[in-house]
Design a protein around this ligand. Structure first.
Ligand code: ARG
Ligand code: GLU
Length: 706
C-alpha cells in the first residue's frame, strides 16, 4: 500500500495545476512546493512544515475544537474570527458590560479574561501509520510511549481509510480573551451579509494562550500561568494584496465530501438540504422577529440564530452551485467513464441500492434533528427526565439533593431562553414533525392526540401548556417543592417521592421528549448505523479504486479537522451572467451600508469619525483607503474560520472567515471559476485594534513588517 501511495503522491505532482483547489497534508508539502513556488511562494517546504525546526505550523492552532487561530507574538497572542470567539464574548457580556455590542480591549495582561473550557491545540507532528489495524495499534502505542513531551494524540483516517495518520498535539486549556471589536464591526452585516460578497466584516477577535512556568500546557486556568512562548509566530505584513497575488491558507478544515457518488449528491441537493432549509427558515423567521424586538432576547438568541442561519444559507448556496454546474451530471459522466471496471460498477450499484433503500431514514433523522430536537421543550424534557429516575437513590438527603441539582439545571435552561418565543417555535416545529414524519410518529403521542381530540399542532401545544409541569419554570419549581423535601416520616417521604416520580413520568412534557427519542433510537438510528457502516466501507473501496484508476480525480483526502494548507491566488469572480465582483472591499462600503436602525449595520460613531478624518495611520492601502476584505481561490471550508492567510513571504495578510455564497458547493466539488474564500485584510484588523480599540499595547506586541 505504501509503495502504491508514494507512486500515487508522485503522480499528483504532475497532475496538480495551480489554483485547482485541494486541502493538502502539510507533511506532504514537498509534493506541492514547486507548484506553490511557481505561483510566487518564496518559502521552503521546511519553513511551512517541519518536525525538527520551528516553522509556520507551530503558529497555527485548532481553536475551540471548530475554528483555527494563529499566533502573532512571542507571548502567545492569538488571532481568530469574531464568530469563533463569539461564545466567549457573549458569555462574558451582560447588559452593563455588553462586550458583544461595545467591544472589549484588554490594555494589560491582568485585564485578560479567562475562558473556562476553551481549548487550543498546536500540532507537534503527524506520523503515517500502518494500514493494518493490529500493526497500527502497536505503532500508536509505541509513539505514545516514546515521544517526549506533554501530548495529546488522535488517530485519523484519510481517504476513507486508505491512509492513516497519528496526529500529535500540545493541548492548552488556559486561554484568555484579549480583545474583540464591537459586534457591528466584527459581525458587520450579520446574517444578511453572511456568506456574501461584497463583504465588510471585521471578523476577528484576540485571545492569548497561557502555559505553566515551563511553557507546558495546563489543564486549566491558574493565576500562576504565564503567556505561552511559541516556537514560531507570524509576522504581519502591511503590504496588502493585488489581483493574482499568491496566497496560502493554513488551518483545520472540518468536513468535505469531494468523492461522493452522483446518487449521494443528488440526495443532498434534492432532499436533504431542501428539508433542512425549510425547517430552519421556519425557526429563524420566528427568532428574528423576537430578536429585533428585544435586546434581552438578542443576547439570548444571537448565537443560536447565527448557528441556524449559517448552515442554512450555506446549503442554499450549495444547491444553487450544484444545479448551476450540474454536478450530478458531471459525476455521472465521470462514473460512466470508470464503469468498464467491474469493481467500480459494483460499488456504484451498491451505492444506488443503499440510497434507494435507506435514504428515507436519513431524511427522518434530518427532520427529527431539525424539528423536535430544536425545540426547547424537548431539551427541557431531556433534563427533567432525570427527575423520574431519582427513586433509586439511597438516603433521603441524597434524593433531595439530586432533585435540586436537576431542577437547577432545568431552571437555568429556562432562563437562557425566552418562553413566548419558544412556544411559537414549538408550534411551528411540531407541525413540521407531524406532517413530515408521519411514518415515524410515536404511537404514544398519537394516542394522546386522539384521546384529547388534538387535531393541529396548536392543539397539541395548548394541551402541553395546560397539562405539563414542564411548561413553565415556576410550575416546575412548585411541584418539586411540593413533593421533594425532607420528611421525618419515612413512609410519607417514600410516598411523596413515588407520587412525584409517577407524576413526572406521566407528564406530557416527558412524553414529548421520550417518545420521539424512543422512535429515533429504535427505528431510525439502527438503520442509519447500517447505512453508515455500509457507505463507509463503500467509500473506502471507491476511493481506493479512484486512487488507482483515476488519480487526477482524487488528489487530496477529504477534510476531517486535521491541519491542511491550501493555496491559490487573489482573484475576482463572476457570480452570475453580466456581473463581475472585485477582489477587495474598502471602508467606503462600510459607510455606505451604515444604518443606525439595523443592529448589524449600525457603524460605531468612532469608526465613522475615523473615516471622516481619514485617520488611518499606516494602515491605508496605497490608494489611500482602508481595505476591509479580499477574496482568493483558496479551497477552504468550515473550520478554516480564523485561519491565517499568508502572502508569498509567509507573512500574515489576512484572517480567513468565510466563502462566497455562489461557491459553497466546494465542499462537494471545487470549481475555480466560482469558489472563493473571504478574508479580512490584516491592515483593517490592525487599524481597528489601534484606532478603534486604542489597544496600542497589542500593536506593540506584534511584529509588523512593511
Ligand atoms: N459563514 C461563516 C462560517 O461559516 C461565518 C458564520 C458566522 N457569522 C454569522 N453571521 N452567522 O462560519
Ligand atoms: N465561516 C466558516 C467557519 O466558521 C468558514 C467559512 C467556510 O465554511 O469556508 O469555519
Amino acid at each position: 500500500m505504501r509503495k502504491f501511495l508514494m507512486l500515487f503522491c508522485a503522480l499528483t505532482i504532475s497532475l496538480n495545476l495551480f489554483g485547482q483547489g485541494g486541502m493538502w497534508l502539510p507533511v506532504l508539502i514537498e509534493n506541492h512546493i514547486k507548484d506553490m513556488q511557481k505561483g510566487g511562494f518564496k518559502l521552503s517546504a521546511e519553513e511551512v512544515y517541519s518536525v525538527n525546526k520551528a516553522c509556520m505550523k507551530d503558529a497555527v492552532v485548532l481553536f475551540g475544537g471548530g475554528c483555527t487561530g494563529e499566533i502573532v507574538s512571542d507571548k502567545g497572542l492569538l488571532l481568530t474570527n469574531h464568530h469563533c470567539g463569539r461564545g466567549e464574548i457573549v458569555s462574558h457580556s451582560t447588559l452593563e458590560h455588553d462586550y458583544l455590542t461595545e467591544g472589549f480591549w484588554a490594555k494589560s495582561l491582568s485585564q485578560e479574561i479567562p475562558c473556562k473550557g476553551l481549548n487550543v491545540k498546536i500540532l507537534d507532528r503527524m506520523i503515517e501509520l500502518p494500514g493494518d489495524e493490529e500493526e497500527r495499534k502497536k505503532a500508536v502505542e509505541k509513539y505514545k510511549n516514546t515521544l517526549e513531551g506533554v501530548f495529546e494524540f488522535t488517530v485519523e483516517k484519510l481517504y476513507a481509510g486508505n491512509l492513516w495518520y497519528l496526529f500529535v498535539y500540545k493541548s492548552f486549556n488556559d486561554v484568555r480573551l484579549v480583545g474583540a471589536p464591537p459586534s457591528a464591526v466584527g459581525n458587520f452585516g450579520g446574517d444578511t451579509d453572511n456568506w456574501m460578497w461584497p463583504r465588510h466584516g471585521g471578523d476577528f477577535s484576540i485571545f492569548r494562550i497561557y502555559a505553566d512556568k515551563n511553557n507546558n500546557p495546563t489543564t486549566g486556568y491558574s493565576k500562576d500561568n504565564v503567556p505561552y512562548k511559541p516556537k514560531h509566530h507570524f509576522k504581519i505584513s502591511l503590504k496588502g494584496v493585488e489581483k493574482d497575488d499568491f496566497t496560502m491558507v493554513f488551518g483545520f478544515p472540518g468536513t468535505t465530501e469531494e468523492y461522493l457518488p452522483a446518487v449521494a449528491v443528488k440526495a443532498y441537493k434534492d432532499q436533504n438540504y431542501p428539508a433542512r432549509i425549510f425547517c430552519r427558515q421556519t425557526r429563524m423567521e420566528l427568532m428574528s422577529e423576537a430578536i429585533n424586538a428585544d435586546r434581552q432576547v438578542r443576547l439570548k438568541y444571537t448565537s443560536i440564530y447565527a448557528g441556524a442561519e449559517n448552515a442554512k444559507k450555506k446549503w442554499e448556496g450549495s444547491v444553487l452551485g450544484l444545479n448551476r454546474f450540474d454536478v450530478v451530471k458531471q459525476k455521472i459522466h465521470a462514473e460512466n467513464a470508470l464503469k468498464s471496471d467491474s469493481e467500480v460498477k459494483n460499488i456504484l450499484s451498491e451505492y444506488e441500492k443503499i440510497y434507494s433503500e435507506k435514504y428515507k431514514f436519513i431524511m427522518a433523522d434530518a427532520y427529527f434533528y431539525e424539528s423536535v430536537y430544536q425545540t426547547a421543550q424537548f431539551k427541557i424534557g431531556e433534563k427533567a427526565f432525570a427527575l423520574s429516575q431519582i427513586d433509586t437513590e439511597t438516603s433521603p438527603q441524597a434524593v433531595v439533593n439530586k432533585a435540586q441539582e436537576i431542577l437547577k439545571k432545568t431552571l437555568s435552561f429556562f432562563s437562557a431562553r425566552d418562553s413566548a418565543l419558544e412556544r411559537k417555535i414549538f408550534t411551528a416545529l411540531y407541525k413540521i414533525y407531524s406532517d413530515s414524519c408521519a411514518e415515524f410518529m410515536p404511537k404514544n403521542l398519537k394516542e394522546i392526540c386522539s384521546a384529547n381530540a388534538l387535531k393541529t399542532a396548536e392543539d397539541f401545544v395548548n394541551y402541553y401548556y395546560k397539562n405539563s409541569v414542564l411548561s413553565d419554570s415556576t410550575r416546575l419549581k412548585n411541584i418539586v417543592a411540593k413533593y421533594v423535601y425532607l420528611e421525618k416520616n419515612a413512609k410519607k417521604f417514600e410516598k411523596n417521592i413515588s407520587d412525584f416520580v409517577e407524576l413526572i413520568k406521566n407528564d406530557v412534557g416527558i412524553k414529548y421528549y421520550l417518545e420521539p427519542l424512543r422512535v429515533y433510537l429504535q427505528q431510525i438510528m439502527p438503520e442509519i448505523n447500517a447505512f453508515e457502516s455500509q457507505t463507509e466501507k463503500l467509500d473506502k473501496d471507491y476511493q481506493g479504486l479512484l486512487m488507482k484508476l483515476s488519480p487526477e480525480t482524487i488528489k487530496f483526502p477529504d477534510a476531517n479537522s486535521t491541519l491542511r494548507f491550501t493555496f491559490g491566488k487573489v482573484d475576482s469572480y463572476i457570480p452570475r451572467d453580466g456581473v463581475i465582483y472585485n477582489y477587495y472591499t474598502t471602508l467606503d462600503g462600510v459607510i455606505e451600508k451604515d444604518n443606525p436602525k439595523i443592529y448589524d449595520y449600525n457603524v460605531p460613531e468612532k469608526l465613522k469619525k475615523l473615516y471622516q478624518s481619514k485617520d488611518y495611520g499606516r494602515y491605508a492601502d496605497k490608494d489611500g483607503k482602508i481595505h476591509v476584505c479580499f477574496i482568493a481561490t483558496n479551497h477552504t471550508t468550515g473550520g478554516n474560520s480564523g485561519s491565517p492567510v499568508v502572502n508569498a513571504n509567509g507573512e500574515l495578510i489576512g484572517i480567513n472567515f468565510d466563502r462566497c455564497w455562489e461557491g459553497t458547493m466546494s465542499d462537494i466539488m471545487y470549481n475555480k471559476e466560482i469558489c472563493r474564500n473571504i478574508s479580512v485584510d490584516i491592515r483593517y484588523v490592525l487599524f481597528l485594534i489601534e484606532k478603534l480599540g486604542g489597544a496600542d499595547n497589542l500593536i506593540k506586541e506584534m511584529e509588523i513588517v512593511n
